[in-house]
Design a binder for this molecule. Sequence first.
Ligand code: SF4
Ligand code: SF4
Length: 441
Amino acid sequence: MIATFPASKSEIVNRIYEAGVVGAGGAGFPTHIKADSRAEIVIANACECEPLIRSDRFVLEAFHEEVLEGLHLMMLATGSSKGLVALREGSSIPDLEKRLASSPALDIVRVPNTYPAGDEHILVYEATGRIIPQAGIPLDVGVVVSNVNTLLNVSRAVHGRPVTSRIVSVCGDIPKPCVTEVPIGTSVGFVLEATGNQVDLKEKAILLSGVMMGEICEDLTRTVDKRIGAIIVLPRSNRVVISKSLSVETMVRRAASVCCQCQLCTEICPRHLMGHAISPHKIMRAVAWMITSSEDLAGALLCSGCGLCGSYVCPMALSPDRISYMVRRMLAERGIRAEAVPSEVRPLRAWRLVPHERILNRTGVGIYERDLNFVPISPPGLVRIPLLQHSGVPASPKVAIGRHVSKGDLIGEPQGLGARVHASIDGIVKAIDDFVTIESK
Ligand code: SF4
Ligand code: SF4
């Protein structure tokens, strides 16, 4: 299927824009902007280093031809001569490997089975040896990184198919863990019920997108959007759930009273080990002592939110990851940005990598780790499609209440940085606010 679409750069970029493709790895950066750049290497990120999740693996197994076509199209658009499919060591996808054996411009690269292998800074270093400057992006070193789910959507986009669904892992402490595909705007509660996994929120907690980087979802009406790749259910007693459930005030109070400045959070921080000027123990000290002008706080701008410092290493069960995130938002609101500065990998890095197995054990989720089968579900009778499910500004609605729409129709257009939004089911537009609500006829 590769190269069946003889597209020019502008044609590829336009089709990706028209289809509303955004990064499926979490941030939702509009893919047409990445495609409109120049690079030497495109990496298909299939590292999927978060525990329990199997969405990327399913995409590669079920749609490897489309993913490779998406990779090829991104290479065409960016002028890249090399395409790499990045897998964690120990992963094997025989059909993909057989397919790549006959493609000289494409290769598989295996990166250490550690967390967070999928972080762009870590991935680019492990896959190519190139070091992205701190606060920089892969393009600074001639690389574009795209999640395999994104590349599937790129392939679909050039064939005229907009993004209307999301492949999601439904996993954790539930009877029927699986991978499924749901229309964008479907509620989390519907997905759980449709897959045979009713959840009582008094006993269990839901994490969206990841055990380590995900956030707690207390609302079953919350909708799945283009960025959400997993619905993970864990007992309320799980240590990650307890930590992520704490209020900001409690986190700060605890930081002030029990942070012993052992520095373990800094010693293990993947960005610190890449040579970036971030030291989470100093951020904790500055927040605890209310030192608002501290240079140490600026390190928070370099935090990836990987969660290692909080969910994995802190002996006092503190949350430097969440505190860093809070500080980062505060600085961003004041317009403070980090500047891209060349960095050098610290010599101790190789000894401080955290194996996947250790993450499973420490977070207490290893007992839920298993292969997941695909389970199709019927579409819901109602979807609430967010107008902001990407980096940038919300899309402006392009439909009116009462209008009939078909799956794939344009319903939102960005007025600045952003991505188009499309109807994910056939039906009537019932409401428009931050969401476009569509009810099937
Ligand atoms: S690991 Fe925990 S206790 Fe140690 S410095 Fe970091 S936040 Fe403080
Ligand atoms: S979450 Fe913690 S370990 Fe991860 S990058 Fe941020 S400070 Fe470092």
